[in-house]
Design a protein around this ligand. Structure first.
Ligand code: APR
Length: 257
């Protein structure tokens, strides 16, 4: 069962793990970007799913039923991501990767680009990229579609076959990007410490990575101001925030003060 640890002990684990290639893995969720002003999904009141219907907005059925409505919702979220900045937690992870080449793997459920902008350009994206687009389905004519008309507030479409452009994110019920989970599982099996930051642990298969790491012998540390569904997989639980705790945990030397 998890126990509430202190940060100095976890920081020591991380310094020891930093001596080994692939020694540290981090699994992040929406809480990682909360201090950058990007709303989470399940936080009471502020979470997106407390204000919007995920089935209508984060599913292929929802998009097909009302493409313009879903497209506009993602356009608003994209604007929020573009206006956001990496927070001190993202920057601490980017700096750690710079100081310890080959040690850190970032696995994220987030679809923003804040890890990448902070320097973790090789972060494994389990749920896609909100700034990317792709076609809703293969072209029925068996060849590449071309966006020939874009109407404001509507998803672009191919005038020849009617195919629609959709956001490049993984919707509920969809497969994860090819190879993403395999790469994530390899990273958490290899690591000596897995930091799990800012996720409720409500969505699988991402949530299963904590148990996979633990069974492979890694120390699992959760950083979250609130309880999550996977706290039971942790060797240590730190009730803190991404921007507050990560700079201290990932500092290059023990706190002297
Ligand atoms: N620092 C760290 N954690 C935080 C912070 C913060 N500043 N603020 C909130 N949290 C925590 C919350 O306590 C919660 O446990 O972040 C977690 C956010 O949980 P969710 O909103 O469920 O987000 P996430 O776990 O990433 O959701 C997983 O669900 O809807 C899908 O595809 C979507 O990738 C998403 C997936």
């Amino acid at each position: 069962m998890e126990r509430l640890a202190d940060e100095d002990e976890v920081a020591r684990w991380l310094r020891e793990a930093a001596a080994h290639p692939g020694g540290v893995a981090v699994l992040t969720g929406a809480g990682m970007s909360a201090e950058s002003g990007i709303p989470t999904f399940r936080d009471a009141m502020s979470g997106l799913w407390s204000r919007f219907d995920p089935a209508a907005l984060a599913s292929e059925e929802g998009f097909r039923a009302n493409p313009a409505h879903v497209w506009r919702w993602y356009a608003d979220r994209r604007e929020g991501v573009r206006g956001a900045q990496p927070n001190a937690g993202h920057l601490a992870l980017g700096e750690f990767a710079r100081r310890h080449p080959g040690v850190l793997t970032v696995v994220t459920q987030n679809v923003d680009d804040l890890h990448q902008r902070a320097g973790n350009t090789d972060a494994i994206r389990l749920h896609g990229d909100i700034l990317e687009n792709r076609w809703l389905e293969p072209c029925p004519r068996g060849r590449a579609c071309a966006v020939t008309e874009a109407v404001a507030g509507e998803p672009p479409r191919c005038a020849e076959c009617g195919n629609l452009v959709r956001p490049g994110v993984v919707w509920f019920g969809e497969m994860l990007p090819l190879g993403a989970m395999e790469a994530a599982e390899a990273a958490v099996r290899r690591c000596r410490v897995l930091l799990v930051v800012g996720t409720s642990g409500a969505v699988w298969p991402a949530a299963g990575l904590a148990g996979t790491a633990r069974r492979a012998g890694a120390r699992v540390v959760i950083v979250n101001p609130h309880a999550s569904e996977i706290d039971g997989e942790a060797h240590a639980v730190l009730r803190g925030t991404a921007a507050g705790a990560l700079p201290r945990l990932l500092a290059s030397s023990p706190n002297t003060d």
